[in-house]
Design a protein around this ligand. Structure first.
Ligand SMILES: *Cc1c(COP(=O)(O)O)cnc(C)c1O
Length: 389
């Protein structure tokens, strides 16, 4: 059988045989995670899906298609390019919101493809308004307010100024007032309540002007904070992809990602020495090192050197020495020879080594591990069930 390689030329081998590592994305688990959040949501709350950054690195097309078939009707991306691609994937039905707002000159694309801009600054509002009035279009939009994060959204002062100006929101046709939580992953953090109170006050004021406007405050962790934080539109991302959205709470999401890297070489050490760049780790005589075909260019972060671990034959195998661009070395001394064979695979992310475990070892968060996953892997998708009542 002939297969296309990445460059389009023909090769006779199978892609999974050429790749250094195999990434499996369980779309059934993504869909089930969406249901888990839906069951936590208050009645009538639209639980959408944040699919920015190529669905957190897992594949926009596959993830969005599976969620749409499950009944998800609102999708959030960061950039217009993602939104345009997503519109092609989803067809005309579902809502698409563009979180980072409209860049100047992109208004027409938003309208043509019914992509809801999130308007976060007075400049966004002004530009959108000018366009809407000039072209005489009535386009749904989302207004974002800042309730304590100081990242994106109208300040309280800017918001109030617009509200008291009779022409302030003219032409905007806002569907939602939105804000974002800074500390939802820590349920005890006092800012959660503070942001909720500020948001309640702002949406109360907003509804005196736009009585039908809806609220949206919760990301994944916000949904888990409770129904008070959910309002009418929830925007979960990371939980859909199997990462624990809370810092210390029990994991309630199903794992989505499996990553296994191919062993190229197994080296029984017969002279004590060192491993890898900088001779950063030493090895004793009798140790056994497996070198796999994956490195930091694949998103296996360099900070995992001497701190990450994989699983081989059910045994935990630590990363030994530094992670190279295309190679990583593991200490497989404790694994029987029968399981340490070139051509075999070490589990890098699995039920036993979760995305959160890898993140902890790397000194980062699951979000960064997922979005860093490389594009050289052979990717496989386990399908979601076709429909569900
Ligand atoms: C990324 C993002 C989300 C999703 O957050 P998760 O923590 O991944 O659930 C929701 N809202 C906004 C504004 C975001 O930027």
């Amino acid at each position: 059988m002939l297969n296309r390689t990445a460059t389009g030329s023909r090769s006779v081998s199978r892609p999974e045989d050429r790749a250094g590592a195999i990434l499996t994305v369980d779309l059934a688990a993504v869909v089930e995670n969406w249901w888990i959040l839906k069951r936590r949501a208050r009645p009538g709350c639209d639980v959408g899906a944040v699919v920015k950054a190529d669905a957190y690195g897992l594949g926009l097309e596959q993830v969005a298609t599976a969620l749409k078939l499950a009944g998800c009707n609102t999708f959030y991306v960061a950039h217009l390019d993602g939104a345009i691609t997503l519109r092609q994937i989803l067809g005309p039905g579902p809502r698409i919101a563009c979180l980072n707002g409209p860049n100047k000159g992109t208004e027409r694309d938003h309208v043509a493809l019914r992509i809801m801009p999130v308007l976060s600054t007075p400049e966004h509002i002004k530009a959108w308004q000018t366009y809407a009035l000039k072209e005489d279009v009535l386009m749904e939009s989302i207004v974002q307010v800042d309730t304590g994060m100081n990242r994106l959204g109208l300040s309280e002062k800017e918001f109030n100024a617009l509200l008291t100006d009779p022409d302030g929101f003219l032409g905007l046709h806002p569907q939602m007032l939105m804000s974002h939580l800074a500390c939802a992953d820590d349920p005890q953090h006092p800012l959660n309540k503070t942001q909720l109170e500020r948001f309640r006050a702002m949406i109360g004021a907003f509804r005196t002007r736009f009585p039908d406007s809806k609220g949206s405050l919760a990301n994944s962790a916000g949904v888990l904070l409770g129904q008070d934080w959910q309002f009418e539109y929830a925007r979960p991302g990371v939980a859909l992809y199997g990462v624990n959205p809370t810092q210390s709470g029990a994991q309630t999401m199903l794992p989505v990602v499996n990553l296994k890297a191919r062993i190229i070489q197994v080296r029984p050490v017969d002279t004590p020495g060192h491993v890898g760049y900088g001779a950063a780790s030493s090895v004793r005589q009798g140790a056994k090192i497996a070198t796999v075909s994956m490195g930091y260019a694949d998103g296996y972060l360099r900070s995992l050197g001497s701190s990450g671990f994989g699983i081989l034959d059910g045994i935990k195998v630590p990363v030994l020495g530094r992670v190279s661009m295309d190679l990583t070395t593991f200490d497989v001394s404790n694994v029987p020879d029968s399981a340490t064979i070139p051509g075999g695979f070490i589990d890098i992310i699995s039920h036993a080594v979760t995305v959160d475990d890898v993140a902890r070892a790397a000194g980062t968060i699951g979000y960064e591990i997922l979005t860093a996953l490389g594009n050289r892997f052979h990717r496989r998708y386990l399908p979601a069930p076709v429909a569900r009542a």
